[in-house]
Design a protein around this ligand. Structure first.
Ligand SMILES: [Fe+2]
Length: 250
């Protein structure tokens, strides 16, 4: 049995050649790099340090996504795009050759529903809307809202589906999300256990089921970056690199 297992493993490795960095993904679509407007980077210096390290990891484009959340971070397109201008200027002054764009990570609340109806959302790549839900309670009308986002002309992407414990024993819920038209964005660091063993397990299960459309760093600061550097060694990342994420289309 052990012999057969080894053969199987060897085949897996041949199928998913190792990657040493993130260059095949090209674009990171989830981060908090505009200083001082959410719980991400605190200073422009910190943002520039992180961006240098993204570049060293092979990324060529970053779409940064500040939180928009009524109860905590009341960001608007003006605040985010104003912050983007300053970030781009700092990147230019550093002579860093990397493209920076901005959208948002929308929290699933009443204001989000209003913004969808107004068709007033910041998008990734002109059409994708990144959103998250509460870590505590399963949202009861999520399929309706996913429908509304699409009716408004956008394509929804649910952020870090592997981080919602209320779905851990209801894997069929992930299938329902996909069938309703939501894409799924895995937090890259879930693959190295950064968010705990359960998140890692579900992440791997979704990768094996070919359910992941995008990866994202969900970068908030240097601890996330150190973890992201380590995740380049994870076999499941190699598997995603081989299967081709939509990141590379942006
Ligand atoms: Fe985030």
């Amino acid at each position: 049995m052990a012999f057969l297992k080894n053969i199987f493993r060897r085949k897996e490795e041949i199928k998913y050649p190792p990657v040493t960095d993130y260059s095949s993904f090209i674009t990171d679509i989830h981060s908090h790099l505009i200083p001082g407007i959410d719980d991400g980077s605190k200073t422009m210096e910190e943002s520039i340090d992180l961006i240098k390290r993204y570049k060293a990891l092979g990324f060529r484009k970053l779409v940064t996504t500040p939180h928009i959340m009524s109860d905590a971070f009341r960001n608007t397109p003006d605040i985010i795009l104003g912050g983007l201008d300053k970030l781009r200027e700092a990147v230019r002054q550093e002579g860093l050759d990397i493209e920076i764009d901005a959208a948002a990570e929308y929290y699933f609340d009443e204001d989000f529903v209003k913004l969808i109806k107004q068709k007033n959302l910041l998008t990734i790549g002109g059409k994708y809307v990144l959103f998250e839900v509460s870590y505590m309670n399963a949202p009861d009308n999520i399929l309706q809202v996913i429908f509304d986002i699409q009716i408004a002309g956008y394509t929804p992407i649910l952020a870090h589906p592997e981080r919602y414990p209320f779905w851990y024993n209801k894997f069929e819920e992930y299938h329902k999300l996909k069938e309703s038209g939501s894409l799924l964005q895995l937090n890259t660091n879930s693959l190295n256990g950064y968010y705990g063993p359960e998140a890692k397990k579900i992440a791997e299960k979704m990768v094996d089921a070919n359910m992941i459309d995008f990866i994202g760093s969900d970068m908030h600061g240097v601890r996330h970056m150190a973890a992201l550097e380590r995740t380049a060694n994870e076999k499941y990342l190699w598997k995603l690199a081989a299967s081709g994420m939509k990141n590379a289309t942006l």
